[in-house]
Design a protein. Sequence first.
Length: 315
Amino acid sequence: MTTLVTGAGLIGRLTADLLAARGDPVLLADIRAPHASPHPFVTCDVTDAAALDAVIAGHAIRRIIHTAALLSTSIRQDPVLGIRVNVMGTANVLDCARRHAITRVVCASSTTVAYTTFGRHDAAPIEEDNPLHLISERPASIYAMSKIAGEHMALLYHDLYGLDVVVLRYGAVLGGGTEAPSSVPGRLLARLAEGGRSGVPVALDDPFLAWGGREEFVDARDCARANRAALDAANPTQRVYNIAPGTWFSLPEFVAVVREVFPRLDVALPPPLATGFAGFPHLRPAPSATEAAARDLDFRCTFTLADTIRHWTAS
């Protein structure tokens, strides 16, 4: 039973590693081959429905983990391409899965879909079924909009066609090398690690790299573990799950953890901000709720922020 992993980025590759390690046949698909990947690979653009259909038919695909996406930094540079990949690409994956009777589809989403609701949320953990005012709390980024659209399409394909789909909302993902990262958390960690290695003072003058209040971060390795858990879950009745550790950090606290790894780190912190992570308009009132993922997927994050920073900044 071969599993197709769309997107050969970090989370896709880590997921393929976990599946292959237990003997599952896996196929990676992306618009370009990853460097030195040990897994079978096929060139495929998820925006090309015919090509995706041919891959599924030609490789006897029975399960799909859909991680292919443009991240927020890239989308700001080319919003139409971002919408094409994140929205139409997801639609193509879901419809191909419907037509080929795929047994389960796991779709990667983001906790940013709920960020605009933070202004009125109380201090309880942020639940998945968080009420959203469609106009006043509309998405604050094209990336978040594309992820909300993907979630709704996935749930509709389940409701209308019986497609067995699970959506995972990752927290702010940390992982991968620190060379030219494209995500906001990756850029933040790269900037701090570079300053820590060089001893050159770091000025966090990019408004996307500083935040007020606290934010939660998740290791890319835990995202891959969650993908595997969602693929295996016997009865994922809620369908949408937060993937986060349940802990959160202010900017000074985050910097302090990085400084444990890089004692020479010298950071000029901005004054307290009224905006949340990555420039979103509200401060986070609480970490994400994780009980549903533990209950339905038997999943809990295992890596602390210190574990994550030590692992991904090791030279």
